[in-house]
Design a protein around this ligand. Sequence first.
Ligand code: GLU
Length: 292
Amino acid sequence: MASPPSSYRGRLAPSPTGHLHLGHARTFWIAAQRAAAAGGTLLLRNDDLDRARCRPEFVAAMLEDLRWLGLRWSEGPDCGGPHAPYHQSERTALYRAALARLHAAGLIFPCTRSRRDVLEAAGAPHEDGGGGDDEPVYPRDFRPPAETPLPPLGGKISVNWRLRVPDGETIAFRDGHYGEQQAVAGRDFGDFVVWRKDDTPSYQLACVVDDAAMGVTEVVRGADLIKSTFRQLLLYRALGAPVPAFYHCPLVTDAGGVRLAKRHDALSLRTLRAQGKTPAELLAQFAETAAP
Ligand code: GLU
């Protein structure tokens, strides 16, 4: 008798902001392995929200690189599926509906402070690498009092909207790789942006809306996003969406112990492939290069 289909749904969510490197490959490979081990479905989502940095040639390149590595998915921008479109840039209406829910529930507020204001008030260094997880804790006195009436969202948004985090609440989850994780809202992370003043959703909001809408049951991604997971847990709660399991993968470092970034072109899959490396050799290398 055939076994019932597994309800596991995993995803690969690359951003086309550069060429994929060994670190991405390792994370995506683990995601694919976990989906296969569970007999589940793997989907690919093109996280192309960052208009300034995403380029169409990187979309084609990332799909090609992942296929070359041997990964296969059954839903995605190239093959369609029940949750199309699989390009985040084409899913704005869904994100906007979620924003309207957060607004109606009074959970967000408009913020006209600049990034520099926030960095200075938080005493954070300016050169923080720009990654989503390096966001300094939003100063409490920048936040309007809870009873302040909210202005309407309006048509085109030209201020940042932030989620008001529940100060002092411990947010916890059990990570499939790292075990119990905890952070205190308002101390370890602060009110974070859900919609940007350039009228685009933030990564945090788009990711939660999509993972929920696409029925993802386990999110596998790099350990650099653990702090984002705490923020995203607040969004799942605010939107009344079921919370997936999380599995964060150790990051790959270069020979000097520095975490790989897209600027490490020497370790991009393209370069390694051009040098004659095979997928099997790369997979073997993963075990040697992951930080604990
Ligand atoms: N698109 C994100 C990135 O490439 C990953 C998002 C996620 O896995 O949640 O960094």
